[in-house]
Structure formats: structure tokens, C-alpha cells
Design a protein around this ligand. Structure first.
Ligand code: GLN
Length: 534
């Protein structure tokens, strides 16, 4: 067992979507200025990771440097804590059952009946202890997914309950996030859902030390007293999970209600928060000036969670440019089937992003959009599929390669300008088999890419199976498409750009994944600045 690690367990109640990930990340943010905080997320589903799920089901799949495909809450953790997370920090029931089963086959439990308790719960706790030890964590910040009543999360809750005895009551702190509604016509903050949710948690043996009530208004003293009394927590340990225009103000809000003091007292730790820079950026966000409209042209536009990191990256740019960025979600399937005229649809748009994606739906519409912004000098950034389609568009309309396409969309195209990566050809399993994680790109001297990054190399994260077909590189570049960033072996196109355009750049990577409030992704910042200049 790790000697000095403190454990913070975050659970949720009443319903999902109350911002448990943001609450956990905000606590981590406050602690991480002086402590090594390692975030863990425990998900109840049986998939090994979210990589095989549709983003409509589970939101964006977040990719880490090490290639792990993890829950999108890791986006919050990295952005709020400034840490580079690891795939092992996302536990799923899929991983737990596989792990227990491997141990059983190996003979680790010889003679025993293998059971949820103790073997399942022991396995989970071993992962906690192993992670804490390996990372030399001062604080292991454990977020349990879902809500306290969910059957699929019971094993995690039970493991978290057992933890107290093992690590000692002074080394663990339980935080419970609930909902405080103000029903229409009643106009009063209501505590009952919180009481019932905490009651359910206590039935499972966990007494929270801190209760956070999500609410449209700051919790008033009366409701804090009521929650404190019914839930048996200190009055000073009830906090507001306020509805805020952007999540980055949450750490400051928690701090203003005195959360650090409560945590430090309970765990016997010393914390020196350092919020000055963060606060100045939040002040910028509260004082935005010029309006810029950025179109995101994709197919999951109804579910904004599918593009969560892109939205965040744009917000980071707002904090640095003081531009108010309005996102215009453009469903390119509607452009394709002529429900929208392109000019009409994009007439108020200052910049365009074509994000990553899979499959053919809306693709022809995206290609039309790219042609439009290329010809009309509208600032453009392509991400992953966005790069591939920019290449298709250039091949078709500038290189005159009629019918050029990606073999993902048209396997029999006569000009496969985008093709499956050679190492992907024989891959027959879907889970975790894409080109995943951070890869180095070498940037051409004097290119827009190298200027934006202020460097001649960069590591960005990837998640794809297709690449710009190397046998077309020459033809495309002779026709004016600049390959401004290549993989180290020069085989893979990592960045492309156009010289005779105010801002036209695309990358095979996902720069949005490493963007943070303190350090926005350079490509995004470049795009927003170009839109402002326009
Ligand atoms: N579908 C494309 C590929 O697999 C692009 C993937 C993406 O945009 N993340 O290469």
C-alpha cells in the first residue's frame, strides 16, 4: 500500500450530467498547484474502453499521448490539472472482469470460488494502490462514473467503501455531487433529492465528507444548513455546483466557498493554491469583445459532446484573444442534399473547421465546403478527416484527378489519394487498433505550421486508419499543396497548407486534445486570429 497517498473519491447522485467530471477536475485543479494529483475514472460499462462506442452514445473518445482511448472526462482532467494522463487511469468493468479472469486462469486464486467480493473489489483496490505507488501520487482523485444507485457501479462503490478501513479515515475523503432543483412556481432551493441520494450512498456504507449541490443559484445558508443536518456533514462542507457559462470558473467558485480548507483539514495536508494566471484568463472570458463565428462542419452536430475538445479549444482561444466565438454547427449532409445553399449557409461565417470523422455520411458536403473556403479565402482548419478531405478536394479540383477519393468512402476510386495505412491492412480487430496516440511531426522551415508552433517539430495525438497516399504526394505538391509537416520517416503527411491563402491548414492529428486554458492549441489560435484579421 502506498504510504503517503491521500484518496479523494467523487460519487454522484440523482441523475447523470450534473458535472461530476468537472467537479472532480476542479478539485484536482485547486490541489495540483502544490501536490501531485493523479486522476482516475471508473466506468461501469463492459467495453474495455470507449474506443468502440459511437460518439452519440458516449460523447467524444478522448485519446492520450500513450494511445489510450479513454472517457472524455480525461479531457477535463488534463485541461484542469495540466497532467498527461495514462490509459491505466481509466478503469472500466470490461478491464476489471478481464483482469480478474486472467488472474483466475493463471491460478492466482487456486482453490477459491472467484467472486465479485472480495476478488472484484480487491482487483479494483490493487489498481488504486498500484497507480498511487507508480506515480508517487500525493492525491489519488477517483471519480466513480454514473450515479450511486446504478447496479453497474456497485463494485466500485463497495471498493471505495472498503478503502477507508485500509488507508485510515484521515487519508480518505468522500465527495458526493447531487442536484438541488428550484422547481418552477416554488422558487425555492429544494434539498430532498440530495437527502435521498446521500441516504442511498450511506446505505452502501459511505458517509460523504463534502456535498456539492448542482444548482442554478448559489446555495443559500438555509439550504446548506438543511443539507448539513440531514446528511450529517459540516455546514462548511456543503458547496454549490453552480450553473456557469464556462466550466473553468468552477475551481475559483469552490475555492471562494472555502473548499480547500475543508479538504486540507480532513486530510491533514497543506495546499497552496496558485490561481492568479487562471483567474486573469477567466476575467478575459467574462469580458469578451469582438464576435467571431466559426463553423464546425460535421455529422454529429446535434450532439455537441461529440466535439467536446474542439469546443473547449475554441474557448481557450477566446480567453487569449478576448474574441467571443460563436460556433455555428453545420450539418454537411444538408449541404450535400441541397437542403442548404452553401453561400447562404456560410455567409456569416468567419472561419471553418472540418473535424475528424468516420464513414461517408456528409462527406461530399464537407468537400464542397472546403472548395468554397479555399476559393473564397475563408480561414480554414482541417482535423484528421478534415485533412484527408482537403486533399481529396485539392486532387479533384486543382489537380484535375476526377473522382479522387479516400478508399474509406470509395474503395474502388480510380485516384485513391487517401488510402488505408499499410500497417492497418491486416488489422481485423476493431478495439484499440487505429494509429493512436502522440506521434512526432517534423515541420517545414518557414511554413505556417512551424510559425504557429514556433518550433520545427511537434507531438500531437492521432486516431485514424487512413493516410494521404504517399504515391500522390508529388503530384499534389507540384500542384501547390504544401506538405508542411511529415512523420519523422517522411512517409506520412501530418500537416498540409496553402501558401496563397490567408489561412488554410490541416493536420492528420487532433490538436484539440492538447489544448488548455493556459496554453491553447496553436492551430486553433492561428485560426481565430486569422478570423479576427478578416
Ligand atoms: N476516418 C478517418 C481515418 O480513419 C479519419 C479519422 C478521424 O478523423 N479521426 O483515417
Amino acid at each position: 500500500m502506498p504510504k503517503n497517498t491521500k484518496f479523494i473519491v467523487v460519487t454522484g447522485g440523482v441523475m447523470s450530467g450534473l458535472g461530476k467530471g468537472v467537479a472532480a477536475a476542479s478539485i484536482g485543479n485547486l490541489l495540483s498547484s502544490s501536490l501531485k494529483v493523479v486522476p482516475m475514472k471508473l466506468d461501469g460499462y463492459l467495453n474495455t474502453d470507449p474506443g468502440t462506442m459511437n460518439p452519440i452514445e458516449h460523447g467524444e473518445v478522448f485519446v492520450l499521448d500513450d494511445g489510450g482511448e479513454v472517457d472524455m472526462d480525461f479531457g477535463h482532467y488534463e485541461r484542469f490539472l495540466g497532467t498527461t494522463c495514462k490509459r491505466e487511469w481509466n478503469l472500466t468493468m470490461g478491464k476489471v472482469f478481464t483482469g480478474v479472469n486472467e488472474k483466475e486462469r493463471r491460478g492466482d486464486y487456486l482453490g477459491k470460488t472467484v467472486q465479485m467480493i472480495p476478488h472484484g473489489t480487491n482487483y479494483i483496490k490493487e489498481v488504486f494502490f498500484e497507480t498511487a505507488k507508480q506515480e508517487a501520487a500525493d492525491v489519488l482523485l477517483i471519480e466513480i462514473g454514473g450515479t450511486v444507485g446504478d447496479i453497474e457501479n456497485q463494485l466500485y462503490i463497495e471498493a471505495a467503501r472498503q478503502l477507508k478501513k485500509q488507508v485510515g479515515p484521515n487519508n480518505i475523503l468522500y465527495v458526493h455531487l447531487t442536484y438541488v432543483p428550484i422547481p418552477y412556481g416554488v422558487n425555492e432551493q429544494k434539498s430532498k433529492p440530495t437527502q435521498q441520494s446521500v441516504d442511498m450512498l450511506r446505505q452502501r456504507g459511505i458517509q460523504p465528507d463534502i456535498v456539492i449541490g448542482r444548482c442554478t443559484k448559489i446555495l443559500d445558508q438555509k439550504i446548506k444548513e438543511k443539507i448539513a443536518s440531514f446528511c450529517d456533514v459540516d455546514e462548511t462542507a456543503v458547496f454549490t455546483g453552480l450553473d456557469v457559462p464556462h466550466v473553468y470558473s468552477m475551481p475559483l467558485l469552490f475555492e471562494s466557498e472555502g473548499m480547500l480548507k475543508v479538504i486540507a483539514n480532513k486530510l491533514g495536508i497543506e495546499v497552496k493554491p496558485d490561481t492568479a494566471k487562471w483567474k486573469s484568463l477567466i476575467d478575459n472570458l467574462d469580458d469578451l469583445k469582438q464576435l467571431v463565428t466559426v463553423a464546425i462542419c460535421g455529422k454529429y452536430t446535434k450532439l455537441e459532446d461529440s466535439y467536446a475538445s474542439i469546443k473547449e479549444a475554441l474557448l481557450h482561444c477566446s480567453a487569449h484573444t478576448k474574441a467571443k466565438i460563436k460556433i455555428d454547427w453545420v450539418d454537411t449532409a444538408k449541404i450535400e442534399n441541397k437542403q442548404h445553399s452553401l453561400e447562404e449557409r456560410l455567409k456569416d461565417v468567419d472561419a471553418v473547421i472540418i473535424p475528424g470523422g468516420f464513414g461517408p455520411r456528409g462527406v461530399e458536403g464537407k468537400i464542397e465546403v472546403i472548395r468554397y473556403v479555399r476559393e473564397k479565402n475563408i480561414p480554414f482548419m482541417g482535423i484528421c478527416l478534415g485533412l484527408q478531405l482537403a486533399v481529396v478536394e485539392y486532387a479533384r479540383n486543382v489537380c484535375n484527378l476526377a473522382g479522387a477519393h479516400s478508399t474509406e468512402m470509395n474503395p474502388t476510386t480510380e485516384h485513391p489519394v487517401v488510402d488505408i495505412l499499410p500497417e492497418q491492412k491486416n488489422v481485423d480487430k476493431k478495439g484499440g487498433t487505429m494509429r493512436l496516440g502522440a506521434y512526432k511531426a517534423v515541420l517545414a522551415q518557414g511554413s505556417l505550421a512551424s510559425r504557429l508552433y514556433a518550433s520545427d517539430e511537434v507531438w500531437e495525438r492521432h486516431r485514424h486508419r487512413y493516410e494521404v497516399n504517399p504515391s500522390y504526394h508529388m503530384r499534389l505538391s507540384n500542384a501547390g499543396l504544401r506538405f508542411s509537416g511529415m512523420s519523422e520517416d517522411r512517409r506520412l503527411a501530418e500537416f498540409i497548407e496553402l501558401a496563397d491563402h490567408p489561412f488554410f491548414i490541416a493536420t492528420q492529428a487532433h490538436p484539440e486534445l492538447k489544448s488548455s486554458l493556459l496554453k491553447p492549441a496553436p492551430l486553433f489560435l492561428g485560426l481565430v486570429n486569422a478570423a479576427l484579421a478578416k
